[in-house]
Design a protein around this ligand. Structure first.
Ligand SMILES: [Zn+2]
Length: 259
């Protein structure tokens, strides 16, 4: 091997090395895609408990964490089997609040189709805690199956009005929504019944932030798909392609055939 060939191979090896970037501790994104400057927190008058699966927590695109950063009084609790989870059990034990879980099923109250006023179903004299499982449909179902405390909670669901905008991941059905979209829709439905003025559209910030994140990720995928891009690094290419074929996201809001 001559010197020129040696240097060329050395350069190729260096280019194949993973690039370690500084991560933002709040949104867990690399600095170049940190979305913290766009976060605007607000009080939806509902206490959301976002139950994030460990696999979901490691994803670059974790919309449950994104929602948690925007929602005042929300909880982000990582786990799989919550049966003995102290934080979850403490929330379930709260006597000052109604507790429900956003999860489709035969026994779920469909908020969209409900003939009863939501302020009658959930009187505002008590606080409202809504548990939301953040994960793929498969991991959400596993979590529900093994978590005895979550199984006991009354279920709510809704019929989505529009397809998901989560174009970074394949959705199994157009009505399947990301966690942040599902939370936005839930706030929309409860709105005034909780004393939150939905007509002010403060909660639409969740969708704006989501849109910024989706566009950012698509831009990275587009750049990574172009092998002649200026940076010449290939670390994003393989990772981004994997993301495009990611497993379907938890279809919050649709009604399942069976419980
Ligand atoms: Zn950040």
């Amino acid at each position: 091997m001559n010197v020129g060939e040696y240097l060329r191979k050395k350069r190729e090896r260096e280019e194949d090395q993973p690039v370690f970037r500084k991560m933002c501790v709040q949104c867990r994104q690399p600095e170049f895609s940190c979305f913290c400057e766009h976060i605007k927190s607000f009080d939806p008058k509902i206490e959301f408990a976002i139950l994030i699966h460990p696999l979901e927590a490691r994803r670059r695109v974790a919309t449950g964490r994104m929602a948690h950063l925007c929602l005042e009084n929300s909880h982000l609790i990582e786990g799989h089997n919550y049966t003995d989870d102290e934080r979850v059990n403490a929330l379930i034990a709260r006597e000052d609040a109604e507790k429900v879980i956003l999860y489709p099923g035969k026994s779920a109250v469909n908020l969209t189709q409900s003939q009863t006023d939501l302020s009658t179903l959930f009187p505002p004299t008590k606080k409202l805690i809504i548990f939301v499982i953040d994960g793929t449909w498969a991991t959400a179902r596993q979590t529900m199956n093994v978590s005895r405390n979550l199984k006991m909670l009354p279920k709510i669901c809704f019929t989505p009005a529009a397809p998901s905008q989560f174009r970074v991941r394949k959705q199994p059905q157009p009505e399947c929504h990301s966690t942040i979209e599902a939370i936005h829709h839930t706030i929309d439905l409860f709105g005034d019944s909780r004393g939150f003025k939905a007509s002010n559209h403060e909660h639409d910030h969740l969708l704006r932030l989501f849109g910024i994140m989706v566009e950012g990720q698509l831009e990275l995928i587009r750049k990574a798909s172009n092998p002649r891009r200026p940076s010449g690094k290939s670390t994003w290419r393989t990772k981004s392609r994997k993301k495009q074929s990611d497993a379907a996201h938890y279809p919050v809001g649709i009604q399942e055939k069976t419980d």
